[in-house]
Each structure stands twice: as structure tokens, then as C-alpha cells.
Design a protein around this ligand. Structure first.
Ligand code: AMP
Length: 424
């Protein structure tokens, strides 16, 4: 099947062709015709499945089909995302796929000055891509007019609920016209997502694609057992011995991300850290430097890494396993994209055996273990409790509960938010 059979017009097909996409991904095959038929959808799809194009392409098509009633631009589509990084990336996709169309779009998120956003909005835009908190700021300052929105898209809705945005979302929904098309994307189906979709969607078509990182054969997963104190040394060894040009490394805490990045620099390996305590500019710069190949290692925490889209990342390393098993699936989804082979390596010490078991239970398979001779774990070292730093999340989920919206998770999320300034 090619893109030409999906009902998209020439300017969009041209932009797709320039991206080098030859065939729609499964989510695109399913979602595009349904969205074009003007139905609401509830789609289960993660980052890496091509979901962004799955909603952006038909959105642009529908916007371009409607006859413009006025010459000036007004907001016709609102895309909400949980994080600034995801908002930027979706914004870039809208620009790329809409390159040959006359629409204007803008990205609205916190952590940066509000005035340039107000100026953009005043000039007139057709599509906004926003995180909920900053959009509410604009609503209260009356610098955004959402009264003519025809399309609402919630991207990574589960993560938005996880991050405590439900009240913000409710306030935004309250000002939208009731006649509109709604598209809801979520990687997981919790009771909270069900409640939100019942409230938001009108007889939605359900679309689900396989959780790619579990089903996909393109990610090779490996565990290297190693002592707690030797992880950094092993990581440097793997990078140098394997001549890795680019690797994304996950730590559990912000402090751990900084420390590891500094240590790698001392080992002569260029590195940058990205996490919620860094300013938006610092995060954007770190990501850009990594994408340009100026730094070899990007060290990230889970929330900061959410939604990061880097083409064909060959290596992802879990320097520490996440305490929430689902985060492992999200993390390894950063590699092996769009058909290219990727490798997800976890450095696991004796403290993390329980986390590993929970992850294997979730993905329903044992991950291959490979001891590296020089780094053979010392069997006399006993397990110690894991320090979760300021980034801690609900431990009960790691013990088998997987309710994304659990109260404990919400509390710990909001406390980590308040210590780092509100995430918007
Ligand atoms: P997403 O799931 O939206 O984050 O997209 C994941 C990656 O897949 C992005 O880098 C897209 O550029 C890429 N992509 C999206 N659609 C296609 C396609 N039909 N063929 C190849 N790559 C694609």
C-alpha cells in the first residue's frame, strides 16, 4: 500500500515523498482513512509507530479541504502534548508535512518567555501545538482564542494524566466549541483514559497497533550484570570498545544524570544531560548537540526523554533500570525505529533484580544476560535499597501494580514537579 491510496492531496504527498517515506506505517494505514471520514478516534500507539504523521497528515488534509471563510488565520486545530519536547517535535512535523500548504502553526509551552508566543498568536495561526499549563496561562490572559477550534488532538494522553494535567485539560475542553473532531492517542488504556475518552469522544473508532517495542524484532535487548560501583566504567568500556557514535543513556534521577555525564566527560567521552531541572534552552541545546553529533552521549531521565525523537538511534543504555516497568518499554522504543536495527542494553546490579523481574513479566520474555569477563559481578556484594533521588515515582507499580494514575504516583509526580518548577 502506498500513501497515494489514502486520500491525501498532492501538496501533502509531495512533502511525504521528500521525507523519503514509501509506505504508511500500520497506525497510518488505519488512522488516516478514519480521520478523513470525520470520525473521532481512540488510538493505542506509542512514539515510534509513526503516530504523529498518523494524525498530522489527515488533519492537514481536512484543513485544506474546507473552504477558507476569511482571509485571516484563526485557530482551527489544537494539539495538546504532555511535554515541551513532544510539543516541539509535533510542531516540527506539522511544519514539515504542511510545507506546501498555506497554514501557520505555532508551538506553545512553558519555561520560555510568553511574549514571543503572544506576538505569534496575534499574527494569527491555524494550528497550535501546546502543553496544557502554558495554554491555560494564555487563556487567562485572553491571548488565545479557542472558540473556532474544529479539531482537538490529545497526544500521549496517558502521560498527560500521569503528569497530573487532568484539571488543566478539563478547563481547556470547557472553552472549545462542542462541534469538533477529537483524536485521542495513548500508549496505555487505564481506567482514567477510559473515563476521559468516554467524556471526550463521540462514538470513536478504536485503533490499536502492536506495542512495537515488545512486538518489534528490530530492537535487540541485552542485560549486562555488573556491580553497582562499576557501571560507569563498563559504560565507558562499551562506548569505546564498540566505537559507538551515539548513545542515549537513561538514569533514574536528575542528580544521577548530571553526575554520569560529568564522569563520562572525564573519561574523554563527550556527553550532555537532559532532565527536568534544566532550563528549556539548556534542554533544547543538549538535544540539538546530540542530534548534530556534537556530543556522543545524551544522559536523560524518563520524563525528559519522553517524546524525544531521534532518527535511527542505534544504542540505548539503561544505566539504571526504571522502577516503573512500562518506562523500560518507552525507553527502548528510542532505538530500532522505522525498520533500522537497534540495541537496548541494561546495566543491572544486584539491587535491581526485582526491577528486572517485573520488566520481564511485563514484556513477557526473559532478556538475554551476558556477563562481560572483566566486569563479572562480585557474588559477595549484597543488594542495597535503591535511592530514588528527587525523581522518585510510585514504587508500588514496580511491585506489579500498573495503574498509571495511582494516587501515590500522582503525589510523587507532583512533588517532583514542585521541586523543579511546574512542568509546562
Ligand atoms: P512517531 O511515532 O510519530 O514519533 O514517528 C517515529 C518516526 O518514524 C519519526 O522519525 C518519523 O519521521 C518516522 N516515520 C513516520 N512515518 C513514517 C513512514 N511512513 N515511513 C518511514 N518513517 C516514518
Amino acid at each position: 500500500m502506498s500513501f497515494t491510496t489514502l486520500g491525501l492531496s498532492a501538496p501533502i504527498l509531495k512533502a511525504i515523498q521528500e521525507q523519503g517515506y514509501t509506505e504508511p506505517t500500520p497506525i497510518q494505514k488505519q488512522a488516516i482513512p478514519v480521520i478523513l471520514s470525520r470520525k473521532d478516534i481512540l488510538a493505542g500507539a506509542q512514539t515510534g509507530t509513526g503516530k504523529t504523521a498518523g494524525f498530522t497528515l489527515p488533519l492537514l488534509e481536512l484543513l485544506s479541504r474546507a473552504k477558507p471563510t476569511k482571509v485571516e488565520h484563526h485557530i482551527r486545530a489544537l494539539i495538546l502534548t504532555p511535554t515541551r519536547e513532544l510539543a516541539s517535535q509535533v510542531g516540527e512535523s506539522v511544519e514539515v508535512y504542511g510545507k506546501y500548504l498555506p497554514f501557520k502553526s505555532t508551538v506553545i509551552f512553558g519555561g520560555v518567555k510568553i511574549n514571543p508566543q503572544i506576538i505569534q498568536l496575534r499574527k494569527g495561526v491555524d494550528i497550535i501545538i501546546a502543553t496544557p499549563g502554558r495554554l491555560l496561562d494564555h487563556m487567562s490572559q485572553k491571548t488565545v482564542d479557542l472558540s473556532k477550534v474544529e479539531f482537538l488532538i490529545l497526544d500521549e494522553a496517558d502521560r498527560m494524566l500521569d503528569m497530573g494535567f487532568i484539571n488543566d485539560i478539563r478547563k481547556i475542553l470547557a472553552v472549545l466549541p462542542s462541534q469538533r473532531q477529537n483524536l485521542l492517542f495513548s500508549a496505555t488504556y487505564s481506567d482514567d483514559i477510559k473515563k476521559l475518552s468516554d467524556r471526550l469522544l463521540n462514538s470513536p473508532t478504536l485503533i490499536e497497533v502492536a506495542r512495537r517495542n515488545i512486538a518489534s524484532e528490530t530492537v535487540k535487548q541485552l542485560v549486562h550484570p555488573v556491580d553497582r560501583e562499576r557501571k560507569r566504567e563498563l559504560l565507558s568500556h562499551l562506548i569505546v570498545a564498540g566505537d559507538w557514535k551515539q548513545v542515549l543513556v537513561f538514569t533514574r534521577t536528575k542528580h544521577g544524570a548530571n553526575r554520569l555525564s560529568e564522569q563520562l566527560e572525564k573519561d574523554g567521552i563527550s556527553s550532555a544531560a537532559i532532565h527536568g531541572n534544566k532550563s528549556q534552552n539548556a534542554r533544547t541545546k543538549a538535544l540539538d548537540d546530540f542530534k548534530k553529533g556534537l556530543v556522543r552521549v545524551l544522559v536523560a531521565t524518563d520524563i525528559a526523554a519522553r517524546g524525544i525523537d531521534i532518527d535511527q538511534l542505534p544504542h540505548v543504555v539503561n544505566f539504571e533500570l526504571p522502577n516503573v516497568p512500562e518506562d523500560y518499554v518507552h525507553r527502548i522504543g528510542r532505538t530500532g525505529r522505522a525498520g533500522s536495527q537497534g540495541e537496548a542494553i541494561s546495566l543491572v546490579c544486584v539491587d535491581e533484580n526485582e526491577y528486572l523481574k517485573n520488566i520481564e513479566k511485563l514484556i513477557n520474555k526473559d532478556i538475554q544476560k551476558q556477563v562481560i569477563k572483566e566486569f563479572k559481578p562480585d557474588p559477595t556484594i549484597k543488594a542495597e535499597p535503591i535511592n530514588m533521588g528527587g525523581n522518585s515515582r510510585s514504587g508500588n507499580r514496580a511491585k506489579g501494580g500498573n495503574s498509571r494514575g495511582s494516587q501515590a504516583a500522582k503525589q510523587s509526580q507532583s512533588s517532583s514537579r514542585s521541586s523543579s518548577g511546574r512542568r509546562r
